[in-house]
Design a protein around this ligand. Structure first.
Ligand code: NAD
Length: 641
């Protein structure tokens, strides 16, 4: 093939991308040829390293060859693109994990697929013409080829900024952001490559490296971190729009060209990826969830049409920037089950799961595990079931022989009784994960019983509600031993986006109770402030615009605004249908006060919030309404009532 030159020179496996007229854009054939060559050199003792470079001075590789993807996608054939991306991502992972040095020389444009080939090796060399970028949001895709790994690991909120804007990085920027390692003037490259081939020794690179010029990205870190710190694309846009500065204006202008769905998913993906379970495999897995769906459900085909086919540069994106529904973001990132990306390494057989409590939360959580390939057997006294889950006749039957037991039950008393029933039937060495919200004492008591039965226990209550359970975006707050947490981590990755190990058994419940005490109090404060604003004649939208970017900012205001028609979609827009029901908030506030009494903690705000939710649920018809329905309650009242 002439599009790519593959040969052995001295001690080096040599790969040269050779389509300079097409800016060395990667084709499927080039991808396969690189994969085959690297595989054949892997265990060859004569090959001590691989050197990848590219012909021409305009680009190392400006992306993937997307014309074929567009044609097949337009014809309704999504399998072609999925197979291409899967092969490409496997190659990216193979380069990342290759056991010997991989040296790349990155002149000119290095974008998309070029980053996947050039930026996962051990020695990534940039020069004066280097311009590295992940501009995929501009064509309705997201940063992929494993680039989200570097983005998630970059300092502060630089990853979000680079991911949604596609800003080009100079050599110094690329080193700052983790996409390159060395700056070496390009006229020195031919001699350096010759030495690498001759010696097979990468220490010659250090000897040629020059001090880095200044990085514009490093200089702009304060602006980037300030504006890109929010939870969502909406927060980022709100922050940029609230400031009249050159940075805010330029950044907004760039973002306004890009697909809002792609940008919103990019932000969410990076947030999910950050944290202890970050890896190239997880990055590619999450990216592939999006790309595999991008033609059918994303903006990808429209993005290519506008940029490359019709070249009108007027893409009609599905959503506007502020209004990408959280449910659509979750949908694009849901696990793909049997169709998930499979990397080369052998997959360990998935454990079997006995799942007790298939209610509003448990059913979608169990379904997500089943969709991800776990063999799930479920039981619920109400006879409920879930997609892909085999139903057992009893809790004992569901857990017998299971590697993992998961419970999602109403309260501590039910948890204790279910634990007493199932633990005698649990396999020694099994893992018991309780995701219910219960009192700390019950969590600790069940942990002790599990330990006596040689079962590892984790208390792992969740936040994120039914939407999070369905979308696989829950946050788990966990307590238990390090071993138990590590064993449970892959399950958390499927059912959620984040798992925090808070300490020993009971620590997860303690964190949940404290979090929800804050949530109850801030929701009440937000609702009463809106009711006051109404009576002061202040427009609710204006109130949101100010508070959501000022010091009154909170999750209750920004992500779950209790005023209908204001802020992102929330239960208030659906006549306060839960969401998170007021009686569940009452339960959690009750747990917080029970815990506070047990340890003699003074929690007057929590106590006041408990009393208000008690009145609302028990005396004022609040049961079955979302907990944000405190707003119409306050709005209808006077000081005396
Ligand atoms: P739910 O009432 O819908 O589900 C609980 C399920 O447990 C029911 O289907 C019930 O039939 C089943 N069950 C009760 N006793 C059982 C037994 N002995 N054996 C087997 N099954 C039994 O409640 P949910 O909304 O799914 O909440 C579950 C837990 O998650 C609760 O602890 C809740 O506080 C917590 N939580 C809920 C939300 C939410 O938004 N719904 C959010 C975070 C946490």
């Amino acid at each position: 093939m002439t599009d790519i030159l593959i040969r052995r020179t001295g001690h080096a496996g040599r790969i040269t991308l050779n389509r300079p007229d097409a800016l060395n854009a990667m084709t499927w054939d080039m991808c396969r040829a690189i994969a085959d060559a690297m595989q054949s050199w892997r265990d060859d003792p004569e090959i001590r390293l691989v050197v990848i470079d590219a012909a021409g001075d305009r680009a190392f590789c400006a992306g993937g060859d997307i014309a074929e993807l567009y044609q097949t996608g337009r014809a309704g054939d999504f399998a072609y693109g999925q197979a291409f991306w899967a092969d490409e991502y496997r190659l990216n992972a193979a380069i990342f994990a290759w056991p010997k040095p991989v040296v790349s020389f990155l002149q000119g444009f290095v974008m998309g697929g070029g980053v996947g080939i050039g930026c996962h090796g051990t020695h990534r060399i940039a020069g004066d013409t280097t311009a590295i970028a992940m501009p995929e949001c501009g064509i309705g895709l997201i940063p992929d080829v494993g680039a989200t790994l570097m983005l998630a690991l970059a300092d502060g909120r630089l990853g979000e900024y680079l991911g949604v804007t596609g800003t080009r990085m100079s050599a110094a920027d690329a080193v700052h952001a983790g996409f390159a390692d060395h700056y070496i003037p390009e006229d020195l490259w031919p001699e350096l490559i010759r030495q690498l081939e001759q010696t097979g020794d990468v220490s010659v690179i250090e000897a040629s490296a020059k001090p880095l010029p200044a990085s514009a990205l490093a200089a702009g870190a304060d602006d980037i971190d300030r504006h890109f710190a929010g939870e969502s694309l909406t927060d980022i846009l709100n922050s940029l729009r609230s400031e009249d500065s050159a940075f805010a204006r330029d950044t907004l202008r760039t973002m306004e060209r890009n697909s809002p769905l792609s940008m919103a998913v990019t932000v969410e993906l990076l947030h999910r990826l950050r944290g202890p379970s970050i890896s190239i495999g997880r990055a590619l897995d999450l990216e592939y969830r999006f790309t595999a769906r991008s033609m059918e459900h994303g903006d990808f085909l429209e993005g290519i049409r506008a940029a490359i086919i019709d070249k009108d540069r007027q893409p009609k994106w599905q959503y506007a920037g502020q209004s990408v529904p959280v449910s659509e973001i979750s949908k694009m990132l849901r696990p793909l089950g049997a169709a998930a990306l499979k990397l080369e390494e052998t997959r360990v057989t998935q454990p079997t799961v006995g799942f007790i409590g298939l209610g509003n939360m448990g059913a979608p959580m169990a379904a997500n595990l089943a969709a991800a390939g776990y063999a799930v057997t479920g039981f619920d006294t109400a006879g409920t079931t879930a997609d892909g889950v085999k139903v057992a006749g009893s809790a004992q039957e569901a857990v017998t022989g299971a590697d993992v037991i998961i419970t999602m039950l109403p309260d501590g008393a039910v948890l204790r009784s279910v634990a007493a029933t199932v633990l005698p039937h649990a396999r020694p060495g099994a893992l018991f994960v309780d995701c219910s919200t219960v009192d700390v004492e019950s969590a600790r008591a069940v942990a002790a019983e599990a330990s006596a039965a040689s079962v590892l226990f984790v208390d792992a209550p969740v936040s994120g509600g039914i939407g999070g359970a369905t979308g696989g975006t829950l946050t788990f707050m966990t307590g238990g031993s390090d071993d138990a947490f590590e064993k449970a981590r892959p399950l958390f990755d499927v059912m959620g986006q984040k798992a925090v190990h808070c300490g020993a058994a009971g620590a997860g419940q303690a964190a949940k109770i404290c979090n929800n005490m804050i949530l109850g109090a801030t929701m009440i404060a937000t609702c009463e402030a809106f009711a006051l604003a109404d009576k002061l004649g202040l427009d609710r939208q204006k109130m949101f615009d100010v508070v959501s970017t000022s010091s009154g900012y909170s999750w209750s205001m920004n992500a779950y605004c209790p005023a209908p028609g204001v802020g992102p979609q929330s239960p208030s827009d659906n006549d306060y249908t839960p969401g998170f029901a007021a009686e569940l908030m009452l339960k959690d506030l009750g747990l917080s006060q029970q815990a506070a009494a047990a340890v003699d903690a003074d929690t007057p705000m929590g106590a006041a919030a408990l009393e208000l939710y008690r009145q609302f649920v028990e005396d004022e018809g609040g049961r079955g309404r979302d907990f944000s329905a405190m707003l119409p309650r306050f709005a209808a009242r006077s000081r005396e009532s």
